[in-house]
Design a protein around this ligand. Structure first.
Ligand code: NDP
Ligand SMILES: CC[C@](O)(C(C)=O)C(=O)O
Ligand code: MG
Ligand code: MG
Length: 351
């Protein structure tokens, strides 16, 4: 742990995976986060059981990876530590039907995102610990980083500590999935949920795709070739962000030409201007006052009509088709799939 920051940050030396010796960890779900947590914990020496529906399409993958698979209810019944890694929208239902009836006093109920606890969709009983270990990364990279002996930063929060060991146990889990290699920041469920929802909506997922599409459309509508617009506004973004990731904005500014730096510094704030900042504040308020989560719950209850429509529009945007054709021609292009797509990007960055 270091004292240099505004909050506690934990590293490998602060955690001990053997805290979970003699315990079974149930990982519910084998999707993006679930497969990464289950495999990383398993390879860290933790006894893991994966909880999946009988009909689950992920069952064969988990079994092929050498893991024991049970139904969610049976997995919880066998375990003293339950990691809830099914989608946020089904967690309340899975909790009611499979988790709550099988929880025992002293068990740990853990999340990778605090939405259902923070917005009161799940109300855990007294007598169990409720914690969160939230990797700040897509699950496939949590797995890849672990396999490469690297770590993934994460957040840790304790919502309810009845055993007195909640923090120590969550730290052991965080080490088991590789997060303490990179640093685990102590937080609260509220701070994790609100900052995560804001970040993915305004900057990381929503903001950046919108910026890319607007840039691409502006060039194509002005008569430039879609291929050039794709490389300029989407492909090169990864290379620019790699520099920001490695050394902050200054490393990026130092690497690009003076012309790019002057143009960016004088024009950037004209694009993302004060009105964008006001929009960001509105989006944050909708997260804080629960409006976004209420909307998302109703959208799911209605069968996701808007979500499906928006997803189709995104899928049918020209930039997808142009990008697919171009990526197929990359020298390192591999078979389809998240792993191979991730690989291809990595090779490009290393070049
Ligand atoms: N995606 C990410 O990288 C990140 C996610 N998180 C958080 O991690 C948690 C998990 O998210 P994520 O990994 O994206 O989830 P996924 O959508 O990838 O989870 C899919 C898995 O959940 C199973 N599942 C779906 N519905 C049910 C159900 N009703 N009952 C039992 N199992 C079910 C699926 O199996 P089946 O074949 O049965 O459908 C599959 O194994 C969420 O809280 C999320 O906010 C946090 C940080 C990043
Ligand atoms: C940025 C999206 C994320 O919050 C994540 C990968 O961290 C998510 O919910 O998937
Ligand atoms: Mg998120
Ligand atoms: Mg996130």
């Amino acid at each position: 742990m270091t004292d240099d920051f505004t909050t506690d940050i934990y590293y490998d030396d602060d955690a001990d995976v053997s805290t979970l010796d003699d315990e079974t960890v149930a990982v519910l779900g084998y999707g993006s986060q679930g497969h990464a947590h289950a495999l990383n914990l398993h390879e860290s020496g933790v006894d893991v059981v994966v909880g999946l529906r009988e009909s689950s399409s992920s069952r064969s993958a988990a079994e092929a990876d050498g893991l024991t698979v049970e139904t969610p209810a049976d997995a919880v019944a066998q375990a003293s530590y339950v990691s809830v890694l099914v989608p946020d929208t089904v967690q309340a239902d899975v909790y009611e039907n499979a988790i709550e009836p099988n929880l025992e006093e002293g068990d740990t109920l853990q999340f990778a995102h605090g939405l259902n606890i923070h917005y009161n969709q799940i109300e855990p009983p007294e007598g169990v610990d409720v914690t969160m270990v939230a990797p700040k990364s897509p699950g496939h990279l949590v797995r890849r980083n672990y396999e490469n002996d690297e770590g993934t930063p994460g957040l840790l929060a304790v919502y309810q500590d009845t055993t007195g060991d909640a923090e120590e146990r969550a730290l052991a889990y965080a080490k088991g999935i590789g997060c303490t290699r990179a640093g685990v920041i102590e937080t609260t469920f509220q701070e994790e949920v609100e900052s995560d929802l804001f970040g993915e909506q305004a900057v990381l997922c929503g903001g950046v795709t919108s910026l890319v599409k607007h840039g691409y459309e502006t060039l194509v509508d002005a008569g430039y070739s879609p291929e050039i617009a794709y490389f300029e506004c989407l492909n090169e973004l990864k290379l620019i962000v790699d520099l920001m990731y490695e050394g902050g904005n200054m490393e990026m500014w130092n690497s690009v030409s003076d012309t790019a730096e002057y143009g960016g510094l004088t024009r950037g704030d004209r694009i993302v201007d004060e009105s964008v900042r006001e929009n960001m504040e509105e989006v944050l308020e909708e997260v804080q006052n629960g409006e976004f989560t209420r909307e998302w719950i109703v959208e799911n209850q209605a069968g996701r009509p808007s979500y499906s429509q928006l997803r189709n529009a995104e899928q049918n945007h020209d930039i997808e088709e142009v990008g697919e054709r171009l990526r197929d021609l990359f020298a390192w292009a591999e078979d389809e799939g998240t792993e191979s797509e991730d690989e291809s990007v990595q090779v490009q960055a290393d070049d």
